[in-house]
Design a protein around this ligand. Structure first.
Ligand SMILES: [Zn+2]
Length: 216
């Protein structure tokens, strides 16, 4: 099984090198001179989520930071995190104009958060311990009986956007109006995205978002 999975990966790389790369070689060689990505996208590690594919983006256009449940750590003044380094690089070095927190349908992290807290301290796994360590951030949402997997997925994105605003580089860039923050839900089972609309304070589908975009 392991050998078969490995050979699949290597077959993919070989096919890419032989059949795809020759057509994009000039572009990739040009990219050795530098990059100007427009967007930093923060997504879940889920294997069903392929940002470059669903955004149809070219190499050099998109920075992607991935974590379990597209969770962002709280800003810590004393100890810079790997996330903060990635964020600062995207904003200050690459000069991205957009930062997107992208949740997704059927997210395992959000689903785990919906489950009741593990009562047996001895048998719970380190994964559960991590989920439990974050649970207080979701308490209000979980206490609401109307919360569903879908609404918690949306609220999780909104929560991460609020945490983004703790970072000095984001505060500075928002003041200078050089970046915009966005909340998306990628529905991998539909091949579509819903967008957070600040004016309406809710997530809306792509067609509605296009209409809203036209309005002043
Ligand atoms: Zn997920």
């Amino acid at each position: 099984m392991t050998i078969q999975r490995e050979s699949t990966v290597f077959d993919g790389i070989t096919a890419y090198h032989r059949h795809v790369f020759p057509s994009i070689r000039p572009k990739m060689e040009q990219l050795t001179l530098g990059q100007q990505p427009s967007t930093l996208l923060i997504a879940c590690i889920d294997s069903r989520i392929s940002p470059q594919e669903f955004m149809q983006s070219e190499p050099g256009e998109l920075c992607v930071f991935r974590s379990i449940g597209n969770v962002i750590p709280h800003y810590q003044e004393q100890t810079p995190s790997n996330f903060e380094m990635a964020l600062d690089s995207a904003i200050n070095m690459f000069k991205v104009k957009h930062i997107v927190v992208c949740g997704h349908s059927y997210c395992g992290f959000v689903n785990k958060m919906m489950e009741s807290q593990s009562s047996n301290e001895k048998t719970r796994s380190r994964n559960h311990a991590y989920i439990d360590s974050l649970r207080s951030e979701y308490e209000t949402m979980l206490a609401d009986d109307s919360t569903t997997l879908e609404t918690l997925t949306e609220n999780n994105v909104s929560l991460q956007i609020e945490k983004l605003k703790q970072y000095p580089s984001v505060i500075d860039a928002l003041e200078k109006q050089t970046i915009k923050l966005h909340g998306w839900i990628y529905h991998f089972d539909k091949g579509d995205i819903s967008f957070y609309n600040r004016k309406l304070d809710t997530f809306i589908n792509r067609a509605e978002a296009a209409v809203q975009e036209q309005q002043p």
